[in-house]
Design a binder for this molecule. Structure first.
Ligand code: MN
Ligand code: MN
Length: 364
């Protein structure tokens, strides 16, 4: 079913008159139009018994149409009160909403107050759960974009490995990676590219800088690209020169933990059990205290979405879910290691989207 129709059906089933969707990721999901409107109003309005519309900054109206939106697009200029234009479009449809579904997790107070002023008798209800449930399961068209995004991320890691050399800084390597990605037609990375070396690998969210790479360092790449609106997210940790015994032990532990979790992916497995599969390997090897985050996160239009793969999430995996598997060990005195793949739950198991080798790569 068309995504917009699915929202309309949901409104009908639940007796909700209108839905007002404003987060850029959900606007893209429902309309095909991807944009960051900053503080300007960009929304998809969906009705139980009337035609939907998009309201967008006037300069972006042609882009909304070019993105494939077939319904009405209403533009507003910077000198307009966009909410009056919304009110008129709703009134033109002979709709007087008594109930309105919004994204409660994201809608800000100012916007809520404007809607509540326009429709003082309306009850507000959350659309978050429905949209999350829809976005949780990817269709074939979405999977094709995710596959391509992952393939480009694999290539980005390959470029990073090729660039490693004594005395080069983390930022110099990062620059080479992103330069190559631009040549491949990637306009955005999914998040700030991470290239960390030596002791800096022990920080899961470290910042690349001007540290010069030396023999004996582990180098950690964590990066992803956006391809036609869909994100990839890969981590590989490689060795510059021969690793010490301790570095190798940490690497092989993470390698086994990651593989165990990937191999356990199939419909019906609980997210929490998948987390435990990896965590048990790390704990049994004596590094449990250094694995300080969840196993993974859903991946799609957002680089972090549902399902969350953590130790208290009882949700069962379903065919079509896409998420990361990314155990790590962050040992402050030795090194940090993380290995991250993007995986799809298939009818009877798993498809791994990221394919860069996971056996320890020794460079130089
Ligand atoms: Mn990552
Ligand atoms: Mn990740």
């Amino acid at each position: 079913m068309d995504k917009l129709n699915e929202v309309t059906e949901y409104l009908k089933e639940n007796g909700i008159d209108a839905a007002f969707v404003t987060t850029p990721d959900n606007v893209f999901y429902l309309s095909g139009f991807q944009s960051d409107p900053h503080e300007r109003l960009l929304a998809v309005a969906v009705f139980k018994d009337a035609d939907p519309f998009v309201i967008a900054p006037k300069m972006e109206v042609p882009d909304v149409k070019a993105a494939g939106w077939n319904g009405e697009v209403i533009g507003h200029e910077d000198t307009d009160d966009a909410w009056e234009i919304v009110a008129k479009a709703v009134a033109d449809r002979n709709v007087r909403p008594g109930s309105i579904a919004v994204e409660k997790v994201h809608m800000n107070v100012e916007r809520y107050e404007r809607l509540a002023q326009l429709y003082p008798d309306a009850a507000f209800t959350g659309l978050d759960a429905k949209l999350n449930e829809m976005r949780n399961i990817k269709g074939e068209e979405e999977l094709q974009k995710l596959r391509k995004a992952a393939e480009l991320a694999d290539y980005a890691v390959e470029v990073g490995c090729r660039e490693i050399a004594e005395g080069k800084t983390e930022l110099e390597i990062l620059m080479a990676i992103e330069f190559e990605m631009k040549k491949k037609g990637v306009s955005h990375m999914s998040f700030d590219t991470m290239v960390l070396s030596g002791p800096k690998t022990a920080s899961p969210h470290g910042n690349p800088g001007t540290r010069k790479i030396q023999k004996g360092d582990f180098v950690l790449f964590d990066l992803g690209v956006v391809w036609e609106g869909y994100c990839s997210d890969i981590t590989r940790t490689v060795s510059f020169g021969e690793p010490s015994e301790k570095q190798r032990d940490i690497y092989e532990t993470v390698r086994r933990a990651e593989q165990a979790a990937v191999d356990a992916v199939r419909p019906g497995v609980r997210a929490m059990d998948l987390d435990k599969t990896a965590r048990d390997v790390i704990t049994e090897a004596g590094y449990g205290e250094y694995f300080t985050h969840r196993l993974g996160h859903g991946l799609g239009i957002s680089v972090h979405e549902f399902p969350s793969i953590h130790g208290a999430n009882e949700v069962k995996l379903q065919e079509g879910m896409v998420f990361t598997v990314e155990p790590g060990i962050y040992h402050p005195d030795v090194t940090g290691v993380r290995i991250e793949d993007d995986v799809v739950v298939t009818a009877d198991g798993v498809e791994v989207l990221t394919k860069f080798p996971k056996d320890l790569q020794i460079i130089g």
